[in-house]
Design a protein around this ligand. Sequence first.
Ligand code: GAR
Length: 201
Amino acid sequence: MKKANIAVLVSGGGTNLQALIDAQKAGIIKSGEIKLVLSSSEGAYALTRAENAGIAHVTVARKQCANRDDFEEKIIEQLENAQTDIIVLAGFMCILSEKFTGKYANRIINVHPSLIPSFCGEGFYGLHVHEAALSYGVKVTGATVHFVNEIPDGGKIILQKAVEILDGDTPETLQKRVMEQAEWIILPRACEKVCADIISK
Ligand code: GAR
């Protein structure tokens, strides 16, 4: 059966990448195959996870690129080499330009650790998202997987899952619960859904 070629873009620890790798092994992702892991930072633990799973991996260090255009051109070169059909942003901490998102319209998905449209957009990433949810005092948060367009966290929503906030939560405890109860579940499911759509066309 034909499969969509998946490239996963990461910047850090890569627990969402691990969820994708595990889902592929478990057959939850069956319409696509992870062909490339690309990191925007050198030495990201996500690269070790790719290595352990026998997946091709590469670093395009944001810091070593002259500007965003240069950074994105280098990424596109890697994506084209891997004949990428779908790009999954899994803890990728760089905002992509309109030029880039336009080139891959409906082909880029992102996982965000809140229920969009709450606590999202520029400046809301990683632990900051959970700090904002706790400081606002919401009782329910969660995660969202959405298509990526030119508006940060503004593309069409694919899947969402709610997670309870508990008394005494810290940004760290909340981040862990949101990952375990939402992100690691909905990211692989959304990835499979988009891959299935792509290969059916
Ligand atoms: C995850 O919580 C992901 O949702 C978040 O960063 C973390 C990365 O963890 N992404 C964003 O905030 C993007 N706006 P991971 O490297 O262990 O997957």
